[in-house]
Design a protein around this ligand. Structure first.
Ligand SMILES: Nc1ncnc2c1ncn2[C@@H]1O[C@H](COP(=O)(O)OP(=O)(O)OP(=O)(O)O)[C@@H](O)[C@H]1O
Length: 309
């Protein structure tokens, strides 16, 4: 039976090609064996905030990701595309160790965040997931007020003190909280729509607003990287377009890694695109224009032109 992760408050708040030593794929116009080092010309290592090396993931005996190596540059949008089951979400979850929650999952290889291996012993997972936040496919606000959704993480982490005891001690951070709520909602392009009803239940918002609230909630704990797993796939076209605009805006300040099934969306919003194909292989990773206009691999060309998928 497949285990699933549960989307809890903790999850929400708190180029090279990854082949083996050789790559025997047929490239367009030529059939040659490329060594892994040759593929590394597609490296984004200079600005890398996340650096993945020889990552392998297993669920029991199922080898879900194979020898993935790639650098993710900071303050940009990296799209992960590929057919269902090729391992995009698994890869995303490795970046902030969310796969730790899946008992059958085993991860080998390294994932460096700002030069530190997140899989080393002693990693503070709460801190890691604050710095590398996550937004899910289905909007999942808490059944609380809009304000409480944003303030939940900072209060829980002790960055903001509220309540009776805090006020007795003269340490009530109401002003700081108000500022944080406004700033987070503004950054998520939601402030203008909700500033007159911050104490209303978040579940009364539209799906698109709920998703932007989830992004605001993630921003409130001061992340550096935002992982998004198909953040617009449950939304209508207007709400999707707002999320896409927001992602482009966020990338000025944050590093965004987004899984999407929607190739047009990847082409519209991302700076670089990684194409995973069946079997958990990363087949090509490059600047998005290159992937969509002139990919190296025939399999990638077939995929992005819709010949299979
Ligand atoms: N929790 C799990 N337990 C066992 N196997 C899993 C689990 N999650 C994913 N897998 C398996 O790992 C492989 C990759 O799945 P993953 O969900 O990462 O792919 P994906 O590309 O994100 O798919 P989709 O686009 O359908 O979401 C699949 O074979 C899947 O069945």
């Amino acid at each position: 039976m497949t285990e699933t992760t549960t989307e809890t408050e903790e999850q929400s708040t708190g180029t090279s090609v990854g082949s083996g030593d050789t790559d025997t794929r047929t490239t367009k116009g030529e059939s040659e064996e490329r060594t892994r080092d040759e593929w590394r010309e597609y490296s984004f290592s200079e600005d890398a905030i996340l650096s993945v090396d020889d990552l392998n993931v297993y669920y029991g005996d199922d080898h879900a990701l194979k020898d993935i190596s790639m650098d993710i540059p900071e303050k940009s949008v990296t799209a992960l595309i590929g057919p269902s089951g090729c391992g995009k979400s698994t890869f995303l979850r490795c970046l902030n160790r969310m796969n730790d929650r899946i008992k059958s999952a085993r991860v080998e290889g390294t994932v460096e965040y700002n030069g530190e291996d997140v899989y080393q012993d002693g990693t503070n997972l709460v801190e890691l997931r604050k710095r590398i936040g996550m937004v899910f496919q289905a909007p999942n606000p808490f059944p609380k007020s809009i304000r409480d959704n944003i303030a939940y993480g900072p209060r829980k982490h002790g960055d903001i003190n509220r309540g009776f005891v805090a006020s007795l001690l003269g340490r009530d951070d109401k002003e700081e909280e108000d500022e944080l709520v406004e700033e987070s909602l503004r950054k998520a392009a939601l402030w203008d729509e909700v500033n007159d009803r911050l104490d209303d239940n978040a579940l009364g918002l539209s799906g698109g607003q709920q998703q932007r609230l989830c992004i605001a909630r993630c921003l409130a704990v001061n992340p550096e990287v935002i992982l998004m797993d198909e953040p617009a796939s449950a939304l209508d076209p207007v709400a999707t377009s707002k999320i896409e605009d927001l992602i482009e805006e966020l990338a000025k300040e944050y590093t965004v890694v987004v899984v999407t099934h929607n190739m047009q969306q990847a082409a519209r919003i991302s700076d670089q695109t990684a194409v995973f194909l069946t079997g958990g292989e990363l087949v090509e990773y490059d600047e998005t224009d290159k992937i969509f206009e002139n990919p190296e691999s025939q399999r990638v060309e077939d995929y992005v032109t819709g010949k299979f998928g």
